[in-house]
Design a protein around this ligand. Structure first.
Ligand SMILES: [Zn+2]
Length: 72
């Protein structure tokens, strides 16, 4: 079953709740329904920051792994 982290907009409490279908869970503490899902992004796959040299070649016209990429 999918467990997601939520933060309640009413009491600011963070909690892990089960999500069934498209139903929004209720806050365990105050019973509120204004919950915001926290996105847990893996730290190893963040794009936009850091040096591109350590991330491999930048994307070329063919996707970066192609040999036609200039400078590769
Ligand atoms: Zn709450």
């Amino acid at each position: 079953m999918p467990l997601y982290e939520f933060v309640c907009q009413d009491c600011r409490r963070e909690q892990e709740l089960l999500v069934r279908g498209e139903e929004l869970p209720e806050c365990e503490a105050c019973g509120g329904v204004r919950l915001t899902r926290l996105l847990s992004v893996p730290a190893a796959h963040t794009a936009g920051s850091g040096s591109p040299a350590s991330q491999g070649p930048p994307p070329g016209p063919c996707g970066g792994s192609c040999s036609c990429f200039p400078g590769g």
